[in-house]
Design a protein around this ligand. Sequence first.
Ligand code: NOJ
Length: 743
Amino acid sequence: MTQDKLKELLQDMSLEEKVGQMIQLPADVLTGGGLVTGPTGTTQLTDEQVGMAGSVLGIEGAEKICELQKRQMEKQPHHIPMLFMLDVINGFETIFPIPLALGCTFSPEMAEEACAAAAKEATSDGLHVTFSPMLDLVRDARWGRVMESPGEDPYLNSEMARAMVRGYQGDLHAKDKMAACLKHFAGYGAPDGGRDYDNVELSERTLMEDYLPAYEAAVKAGCRLAMTSFNTLNRIPSSGNKWLMRKILREKMGFDGVVISDYSAVEEMVFHGIAADAREAAKLAVEAGVDIDMVSNAYAGHLTELVRSGEVPEKLVDEAVWRILQLKNDLGLFEEPLRVVDSSEAEKVLLCGDFRQKARETAAASFVLLKNEGVLPLREDGRKNSGAEKNAAPTGSIAWIGPYVDNHEIYGAWSFPRNKEEIVTVKQGVEAKGLPGMAFAQGCYLMDKGCATKYGQITNPSDEQADLWMEEALRLAESSDQVVLCLGEHKDLSGEAGSRTSLGIPEGQMELLRKVRQVNPNIVTVLFCGRPLAVGEIAELSRALLVVWMPGTEGGNAIADVLFGDRIPQGKLSMTFPRSLGQVPVYYNHFPTGRPNPPHEIHLFRNGYLDQVTAPLYPFGYGLSYTEFAYSEVKLDRREMKAGERITASVTVTNTGDISGVETVQLYLRDPSASVARPVRSLKGFRKVTLAPGESREVRFVIEEPMLRFYDIHMDYVSEPGRFEVYIGGSSDTENRAEFVLG
Ligand code: NOJ
């Protein structure tokens, strides 16, 4: 539709109709079912309001969506099509690794392809908008939603943000593209105590410098929607925060898309204590520039009357509706409201071989090898490039034990596969390799009896069964050359409403590990999780430890690929693994204190704890390969620069092992003396290099003055002259460093 026609449409709409566009229905209003993730507000919608609603969330299925679209459009005075939105977070029908794992690939290209695949599948199913990417910077592993974020670093998150938006949206007009929605604006990744839906206390400087860049990167990449966050910032909930939504998001960042509230967040401002009732909440939200009220019904109940009474200028409603209509228009919905491919085409798309292959590669690239005492890969010919027989792991009988060995539920929260059988278990992945000597045992229940996931209490039907499983597992472990334990937390212990006060795996699984260790110490542990866990004892009792997150549809194949050496582990942690829960929040880019302490030592009257060092168990950026990489010293082509100039920093990376490998070379900078304290180091670049055994490669990074900017003492975004440190290595704790001066 032309812009003139669109304007005519807006002018022709009644106030009720316009407010309708600003209402988002929960699925159950139209379908009688669907995922309910919170209370809806106090207003009961009338049939007329339901008929005029501009969008709905949580409905899947091309046929159902088409039927509802037709039905709703008939009710609309101007037959305006609805937007169908959904949380497409880890891929759609082909499930990709969780976003935290995507972060560990350090591969924006892979993230882009994963999102492009998700968009292709989701649009074939009739969807128009995904509530992704989630770009909340995360530092507290208790918070279940860390699984949805690319991780703890502003630079990495920004790279991922751009890639994900590109993947979902492309040019948006194409039928296999969908609109992306950045969330949760802003700062939702820092809830008090790691508790979901809790508030956030951040200095403006930390907000600006660490938390906002990834959202801004998504805005600059053209992301079409933004979602408000549940939390308060500076005591103001985002859905009513005019400064945040208008001044920062729209004015400073230049966002001109649709702002949608989070689920019920508009009316929840009453509970936050900044609105007396839903009516006042609606007024605050519309003034803050929230265009769509997701399911709280505060707009439905009060916005028309607020405009009629003159308390809210109609202009605000017009602006919001204009943005919504623009989005519908750019998606091509006015020309083609049933924007789906026909079912035979859809069948070709969903779970197609190409997407499965991508999911497999991406999952394998996201696994992080935390420890390996020469036991991996499991198969000698997994070292076929090497010819180094002396290091080769013995090929022999392998016992695959644990509740994740034959489990299809290895995908992240927000995925609802239509057929779980499509998800490749570890057992299936191993069997597909066709190797002799493989045996499988359950070992124990996934959860301890009486514990609960977010969806309820775990009962575990029989204690006798548990004893039998344990006996069988120990027999098998004892009689095998090698044990692979597949352990971890339940998938429903992370994601929304998935916060925890412990970072361990269930006691039953620990008991299994301890007992197996007594009969066979040759243990490789494969760990499934939606967050960093405190894995000290697991690492100690295992000879190798591979974190596989929630790997998705091709998880079992990808795990078998990596364990047998058909693919080499290459993931690097996108979020720090703490030594203990007590260390949380713990992140690499923290600030120096006035009583610095070597991170691996405890000294009285110095920064840290009495009973544990401050260094985490595995820092951001850490991850092993089956080979090793040596770094030369950092070389700088000059030692001084001025604004407008550049320094090239380089290292030569050598594969010193006897097998090919992929290394993620990371550049960190530090400003050791500035008008405000600067992080001990900050990631400013990374490159992935594939090196054959013995091969060396020079890796270069260009350093320019804008990379040195920060919010100074006056909150101006500037660089300050002085000395800078450059670190280049394979992890955030590298000590490989050089220095230069900014004049
Ligand atoms: C609440 C969550 O916070 C948000 O991330 C999600 O997109 C909405 N519910 C819709 O499901």
